[in-house]
Each structure stands twice: as structure tokens, then as C-alpha cells.
Design a protein around this ligand. Sequence first.
Ligand code: NAP
Length: 292
Amino acid sequence: MQLLDGVLASKAIKEELKLEVAQLAVTGGQKIPHLAAVLVGNNGASETYVGAKVKACNEIGFKSTLIRLEADISEHKLLTTIEELNNDLNIDGILVQLPLPKHISDEKVINAIHPSKDVDGFHPISVGRLVQGLPAFVPATPYGILLLLEHYQIDTKGMNAVVVGRSNIVGRPMSILLSSNGNPGNCTVTICHSHTRDLKGWCRSADLIVAALGKPEFITEDMVKEGAIVIDVGITRVPDASKKSGFALKGDVHFASVSPKCSFITPVPGGVGPMTIAALMKNTFKACMDKN
Ligand code: NAP
């Protein structure tokens, strides 16, 4: 079994970006990528994710602006903020950290971001381009998984891939990317969800499993065939009195029992999470370069 180390792979990607940004500074006259992150309320996990994204920008040499808004901000005010960011020539990429408070429509907010600044890749135009195989902002988590497979030079051609979860931000785009004609890609993909009959059977048939269901340690040893590649997207905070924070992070895969059967597996934390941030940085760089 080999661990797919997202910390290591993301570091390599961030180093590459750092060099490219330094090059922009040398050539002069070229804009440095600038990401605007919008955080509504003070959800602990969202604070952590946004903090990590801003930190990554600083490490690479991107500019970043964090806009904090109160949890009770009106939908109208949030949409106005996005419009201002759309019109701000200094800003290349906009991300609005999800989930949003219940009184705000995710859909309206996602649709309000200008497609040229849609570094999260959730706008219908980005999704449409992705489905058609056109150059697009690819949602950061599935993009990060592709980058991880690429980093470890894993050839997925012809594999049976099972994606567990069909969300717009992870499972659905992941299934499209793995089935596309590219590398990584060229898999025969099955997408499973909470109504799938015989989930265990589908998983056992898979050469590659992407677990993105948000149920801690759901994928157990009996659901995985020998030699499979297992990508664990799940991150759930589980109460743990032994930790200073009061919680432990759990993936969707029961790592201890599943890992000995795998050819490759991602750990949680330290697998998909850091790759998601690296992918977001690549999208931000692309947004800036598309304009430069
Ligand atoms: P989500 O929107 O809640 O979607 C979960 C999906 O899993 C749904 O499609 C659901 O099916 C399916 N599902 C739930 N229970 C199931 C079951 N028992 N059997 C089969 N399918 C089941 O979640 P998400 O936003 O995609 O996130 C999934 C996990 O990834 C979460 O733990 C999240 O925190 C994590 N995540 C991590 C990163 C990262 O950077 N590492 C990024 C994003 C998300 P239905 O559609 O039928 O309800």
C-alpha cells in the first residue's frame, strides 16, 4: 500500500506556482493573482478552510482579500458585495465559502459570480464547459484529486471507478472528470448515492473508489477489493475529548481496515484537503493569466 500524500503533492504544486508568480514580478507589468474570499458568519470549519486558503495565497505570493460578513447579512447585501467584486479589476478570483446561512440561496450566490472569476467552478457556465470538455474552472476538490493522481503518475485508463456521492461540488464533477477522455480519466464510472442498491457490490467491483458521502468511516474493508485505489474526500468533525480542539477529523473510509487492501489510499487529514487548496490556487492563477 502506498499513501497518496496530499501535503507533499500540494507543496510541489504551490512551489511551481510560487516560481511562476516570481517570474511575473521579474517580467514586470503583469498582474499578480488576487483572490477574494467571502466568509459569511463564523462557522468553525468554514473559518479553518478560508484561513487555509488565505495562508496558501500568502505562501505563493498571490494577493488575497478576506471579506467577513455577519451571519444575518441579507441576501441582497451579499449579492451586492459579489457584484462589487465582479467589477473590481484588481480581483481575479472570487470564492464564497459554503455553506451559507439558511436564509441565503446558494444558487443565487453562485450564479452571481462572474464566470471569468469563478475559481470554485460552481457557476453553470463553468459546469457546462466542464461537461463539454472545454477549458473550464474545475471545482477544486475533484480537480485536486486529478492532480494527486497525476502527481503519483497513476494511469486510470480503463479502470472501473465508483464515485460515492453525487453533490455538485464533489461527486458529480468527479464522475464527469473520471469518465472524460484524458489522463487521469478514461474510466468507466458508476456514481452511487443514498438510493443505490447494493452499494457494497458496486464498491467491490471498483478499481478506483472516490468516497464523498460525508459519513465517517462508512467504507469498510468488506466493501473494497484487493489492490483498489481509494480516495477519501470525507471530512467530518467527530467529538474527541482527547484532542485539544475537542474533535477529531474523520474520513469516509475506515482507514485502519481498508488501507492494507489498497494499492494507493489517501489519509484524512493530509490527503484530499490540501489538494483542494492547491487546485483552488491553480484556478486563481488561471483566472489571472486569462486576463493578462
Ligand atoms: P453532500 O452534499 O452532503 O453529498 C453527499 C452525497 O453522499 C449525496 O449525494 C448523498 O446521496 C450521498 N450519500 C449520503 N449517504 C449515503 C449513503 N449511506 N450511501 C450512499 N450515498 C450516500 O456532501 P459533499 O459536499 O459532497 O461532501 C462530502 C464529504 O466530503 C463531506 O464529508 C465533506 O465535508 C467532504 N468534503 C471535503 C472536501 C475536501 O477538501 N477534502 C471538500 C468538499 C467536501 P443523496 O444525493 O441521495 O442524498
